[in-house]
Design a protein around this ligand. Structure first.
Ligand SMILES: Nc1ncnc2c1ncn2[C@@H]1O[C@H](COP(=O)(O)OP(=O)(O)OP(=O)(O)O)[C@@H](O)[C@H]1O
Length: 236
C-alpha cells in the first residue's frame, strides 16, 4: 500500500440533507503531500464536504474521484479501506476502553506502517496514557486519540474536521505541532479549520467557503502579504 498514489478530485459536487441543498458546485483537488484547508464560518458546509468525500452523505450530483476511481456508491467503510481516513469533529472515542484498546479495536491493513510504536512516537502524550481509560483524557488528548485511531487504518489522505474545536490555547498549539509532524511525514490532508494560525502554518492552499460554495482560493503567502484578506472573506 505504500506506493498508493494520492489523487483526490472533487468535481462540482452538490450534496443535500433531505430536500435542503447544502453544497453547490464544490470542486477542488488534493495531490501527494498536500494539505488543503476548507475555511469559513459555522454552517458553510465544511463538514458536509468531508462527509461527501467519506461516503457518509454522498453527493447527488458531481463526482468524487479517488486515484482514478469514481467513488459513487462506495460505502464509508470501503472509502476507508481505499485509503481515505475521516476524523469527525465529535470525538467518538470509547470512554471505557484504554488508550491502547481504543487504537487496537479499529480495522487495519496487514501491512499498515502505523505500528503501536510509531503512533506513540508521533503522540508521546498518548504513550504516557496508554493504559488510561479514554473517558479520563482531556479534550486535546481525546482529539489526538481520534486522529491516532484513524491513522491505524493507514490512510493515504486524512480528512480532519476542526481538530482544534473547543481546545484551550495550549492544546491548540500542541495539535498544530502534531499535525505538522504528520504533514512532514508526507501525509496528504483536507483540513476544516477555524484557527487561522493552524491554517497558515500547515496548508498549501485554502478554499474559503460561504453558503455551500467555494468563494475564493488563497495561498498562505497571499494571506501573509495581506493579513486582512482572510478576515475579510470570513466576515462576508
Ligand atoms: N443532518 C443534517 N440535516 C439537515 N441539515 C444539516 C445537517 N447537518 C448539517 N446541516 C446543515 O448544513 C449546513 C452546513 O453544515 P456543515 O456542518 O457542513 O457546516 P460547517 O461549515 O462544517 O460548520 P460547523 O463548523 O458548524 O460544523 C448548515 O446549515 C447545517 O445546519
Amino acid at each position: 500500500m505504500a506506493d498508493q498514489p494520492v489523487d483526490l478530485k472533487v468535481e462540482s459536487i452538490a450534496t443535500y440533507y433531505g430536500l435542503s441543498q447544502i453544497l453547490f458546485d464544490v470542486s477542488f483537488s488534493v495531490g501527494p503531500g498536500e494539505v488543503v484547508a476548507l475555511v469559513g464560518r459555522n454552517g458553510v458546509g465544511k463538514t458536509t464536504t468531508m462527509r461527501s468525500i467519506a461516503g457518509l452523505t454522498p453527493p447527488r450530483a458531481g463526482k468524487v474521484i479517488w486515484n482514478g476511481r469514481d467513488m459513487k456508491g462506495v460505502p464509508p467503510h470501503q472509502v476507508c479501506r481505499a485509503g481515505i481516513g475521516y476524523v469527525p469533529e465529535d470525538r467518538r472515542i470509547f470512554p471505557d476502553l484504554t488508550v491502547w484498546e481504543n487504537l487496537d479495536v479499529v480495522w487495519r491493513p496487514a501491512d499498515s506502517k502505523w505500528t503501536e510504536e510509531r503512533i506513540f512516537d508521533i503522540f508521546p502524550d498518548l504513550a504516557k496514557l496508554r493504559d488510561r481509560n479514554g473517558g479520563y483524557l482531556s479534550g486535546g488528548q481525546q482529539q489526538m486519540l481520534t486522529i491516532a485511531r484513524t491513522l491505524m487504518t493507514d490512510p493515504k489522505l486524512l480528512l480532519l474536521d476542526e481538530p482544534t474545536e473547543g481546545l484551550a490555547p495550549l492544546a491548540v498549539e500542541r495539535m498544530v505541532d502534531r499535525i505538522g509532524v504528520l504533514k512532514a511525514e508526507g501525509l496528504a490532508m483536507v483540513l476544516a479549520e477555524q484557527s487561522t494560525d493552524m491554517i497558515l502554518a500547515l496548508s498549501d492552499r485554502m478554499h474559503v467557503m460561504e453558503k455551500g460554495q467555494i468563494r475564493a482560493t488563497l495561498t498562505p503567502e497571499e494571506v501573509r502579504a495581506d493579513e486582512t484578506l482572510l478576515t475579510r472573506y470570513l466576515m462576508l
